[in-house]
Design a protein around this ligand. Sequence first.
Ligand SMILES: [Zn+2]
Length: 275
Amino acid sequence: MPELPEVEVSRLGLLPYLPGQRVVGAIVRTPKLRHDVPCGLADRLCGLRVDAILRRGKYLLFDCESTGSGGWLILHLGMSGSLRLMAPDTPPQKHDHFDLVFAHTALRFRDPRRFGTLLWHEGADAGQHPLLAVLGVEPLDEGFGGDWLYDATRRRSGPVKPLLMDSHLVVGIGNIYASESLFRSRISPLRAANRISRERYRALVSAIRETLAASIAAGGSSVRDYVHSDGGAGCFQLSCAVYDRTGEACHRCGKPIYMIRQAGRSTFYCPSCQR
Ligand SMILES: [Zn+2]
């Protein structure tokens, strides 16, 4: 599943090509993805200029003259979505659901499992869209820090790991990044969120930022016309210390890595290093 770093890499991959270009056409081949694709989306987009591409959580936000008469194209890659830039006359393949066509290139959205999302938001502030308004802070923004996370968790007595993955609190910390960051900061995924010190939360936030940034940097160097590859369930361009390493030796202490279930998801950790 594309995680925050992959979405950010897709965004960075599109930035040299799309902003400043005007949409000359849009083709909706599949009217129903996770949500219904809005009726008349293609007509609405036609003629608008893409002014910027932003990201909120795992949503890509295409600013289509939103400060004028336009709005925002909101795109989520879902479980298996990917974006590619190609010549506009390239024949579509199965699962190619949407094209955004420019004078010399087309942005094509492919999504075999159809859990992706394609929406339109009228007006200047995409953050008011109901899907975006409920999202928590961005993990790479200044506002997300150890002190903030400490304060936000004083009344949360559940285990810390599912809380890290709660997008109402903080967005885009997927399963891999939650497990890896907790290992790096030596915090047990089972520890109650309100029983973790301010200092340890500072270490955890540093670990989250480093893990995400390393993944973005690794992915960003390989992006050209192939904007995003759905690389399967493994770590994205990242060598994992605990994720998917059940029974293998911990790099730090040599004891075996454990897998447990938390809130329906697999958690990987080292019980002797993480307290
Ligand atoms: Zn260990």
